[in-house]
Design a protein around this ligand. Structure first.
Ligand code: DHE
Length: 532
């Protein structure tokens, strides 16, 4: 609901202090994936702003003992996570206390989180919930040694067959992330038949990223786990925990590196994708030593670099990986910029200002701002797409605060149209072979609607309502653009396949809150209609 989810979401666009504490347990093992307790479950749960700002020093000793006796084994003695997720305020900022109490009391279905109602009384459960939301006293650490200790190789590189274990067009496969029970489905994009369903780490975030040949897919979880999955063999091959609180990951154009963006510690972690060994940890701080969380990291293929958005510094970082030294290029900007979009040449970066009043165009070669774009509705640039309109390239972005899609001329950077929608949207998609762009109405009473915009007229051609009352979101097209796949964001949700021309439903697959879906061809070719 807009009233509940938006404050939280907007809060993420604003600076907030990072928590503190100590520790470092050693982690591993995929088999233990179900042991998760209190992290985000759904967008509704994400809705409340964290009300928990007490310090760990205010927590009674009995509560700490209760935690030690009942929780520490899975969640780490110092709450930084172990087999279960980290239970630190920043990791839980998307969760309400009453939901936390409910999970402790009743357990979490489909995981190994047990119910404590028979063992602990209401007061004890409530005090444990206070504890997990309390600010730790000592700054948590996750050093290179901790990262290395977490590293697991299930199948050494080259040990699995190179021939896929199934018949399908390997470029028209989809990975569908199902947040509802922390799973993913490998889907055939021609037949729309699931090929395999498997457990993932808890609470994945950001799009999974493919190797250039599409054989491997890399996932990042909010708890810092990076997993490499071999699609041909349908097996995880390696994992590593890069941080305590991670945002997303990006893969280099040559597929050799993964870069992981983190809030806690404030770092970027470069990983060799062969077996996920860490290569380098970049402490993210200004020249004066002021640290910053990293909002997200992006790959810039034509530049052979990674580009990072920083939460707490007015800088954009570019890290080229083709020049021997991994030197950071720090580009000063005149505002905190979150949520990036790049033109197809990666010469220009469009960033949203934290105060949400505008977007800024940065010329990456010159390293300076060249234009301010009037985007008052808080654009979600990460969801931006481009297409050809009347002989010029335009980009379009939904807005997180206003019910409108902004269409921007990418030569003049003027907003040429604001398409009114039934509410703020989160994800927007198209395909170069489709005359339509799809945008959801993620927030508010009309969350069950999906608009289909005609790219030639810039008007809404049709508004779909697949399941009244259930959030319809996140479209991705098949390789040739013939079909559009939609998510119904519900525990008892679905993936709905539409004919992308007639806009008629052709198939419905039950799924557990399918958050996003990712087509191998569209992603590995950096297609214009989708996120990169
Ligand atoms: Fe996301 C991608 C930031 C909340 C689902 N989200 C991204 C990316 C960024 C981002 C920067 C692009 C990185 C990438 O794909 O590698 N998201 C943020 C936030 O700052 C925000 C508002 C707050 C937060 O807690 O992180 C946020 N995001 C959410 C959610 O609540 C969503 C709806 C549910 C969830 O998964 O937690 C959500 N975000 C997604 C998805 C993508 C994503 C499904 C991948 C989109 C794609 O198709 O590429």
């Amino acid at each position: 609901m807009i009233t509940s989810f938006l404050p939280n979401l907007l809060a993420h666009r604003q600076a907030a202090p990072t928590s503190s504490l100590s520790i470092i347990p050693k982690l591993n093992h995929l088999a233990l994936l179900g042991l998760f307790l209190l992290a985000p479950t759904n967008v509704a749960a994400a809705s409340a702003k964290s009300t928990h700002s007490i310090s760990e020093t205010e927590i009674p000793a009995q509560t700490k003992q209760l935690y030690k006796d009942n929780c520490a084994e899975c969640h780490g003695a110092n709450r930084t996570g172990s087999m279960g997720p980290a239970l630190l305020p920043d990791n839980l900022s998307r969760l309400r206390k009453n939901k936390a109490v409910d999970v402790i009391k009743n357990g979490r279905p489909a995981t190994q989180m047990p119910a404590f109602a028979a063992k602990l009384n209401d007061q004890q459960i409530s005090s444990l919930a206070d504890y997990v939301f309390s600010k730790p006293v000592v700054q948590p650490e996750w050093s290179l040694k901790d990262i290395e200790r977490s590293h697991v190789v299930y199948h050494p590189n080259g040990s699995l067959p190179d021939k896929p274990k199934f018949e399908a067009d390997l470029k028209n496969l989809f990975i569908v992330v199902e947040l509802g029970d922390h799973s993913a489905t490998l889907l055939n994009g021609d037949t729309f038949e699931p090929i395999h369903r498997f457990k993932t780490r808890f609470a994945l975030h950001g799009g999974p990223k493919y190797s250039p040949d599409g054989r491997y897919v890399y996932f990042a979880s909010r708890d810092g786990w990076v997993s490499k999955y071999d699609i041909y063999n349908m097996e995880f091959v390696a994992e590593i925990r890069a941080a305590i609180n991670t945002r997303n990951l990006a893969i280099s154009k040559d597929g050799k590196y993964a870069m992981v963006a983190n809030y806690l510690p404030q770092s970027l972690v470069l990983i060799d994708t062969t077996d996920l060994k860490p290569v380098k940890v970049f402490d993210v701080e200004s020249s004066e030593g002021k640290p910053s969380r990293v909002s997200a990291v992006y790959t810039a293929p034509p530049r052979n670099s990674f580009i990072a958005a920083l939460k707490d510094l007015k800088e954009v970082w570019e890290i080229p990986y083709d020049q021997g030294e991994l030197t950071v290029r720090k580009i000063p900007v005149d505002d905190y910029l979150d949520d990036f979009f790049f033109d197809q040449s990666y010469k220009h970066l469009i960033g949203a200002s934290r105060d949400s009043k505008d977007g800024q165009v940065i010329d990456l070669d010159q390293g300076k701002k060249i234009k301010t774009i009037d985007l008052a509705g808080m654009p979600h640039l990460g969801s931006g797409i481009t297409w050809q309109y009347q002989g010029k390239t335009v980009m379009a972005t939904p807005n997180l605060k206003d019910g409108q899609v902004s269409v921007i001329d990418m030569t003049t950077w003027d907003v040429i149209k604001r398409i009114k929608t039934k509410g703020p949207g989160f994800f927007m998609r198209s395909h170069q072979n489709s005359k339509y762009a799809w945008v959801d109405v993620f927030f508010g009473p009309n969350k069950d609607l999906m608009h289909v915009i005609n790219k030639e007229t810039l008007e809404i051609e049709k508004t779909l309502q697949p399941i009244p009352g259930k959030t319809a979101a996140h479209i991705e097209f098949t390789k040739n653009g013939s079909h559009a796949l939609m998510s119904i964001w519900d525990k008892d949700g679905a993936l709905i396949v539409y004919d992308a021309n007639t806009l008629k439903e052709v198939k419905r697959l039950p799924m557990k809150k399918p958050s996003g879906k990712y087509n191998v061809h569209n992603k590995t070719t950096y297609a214009t209609g989708t996120s990169h």
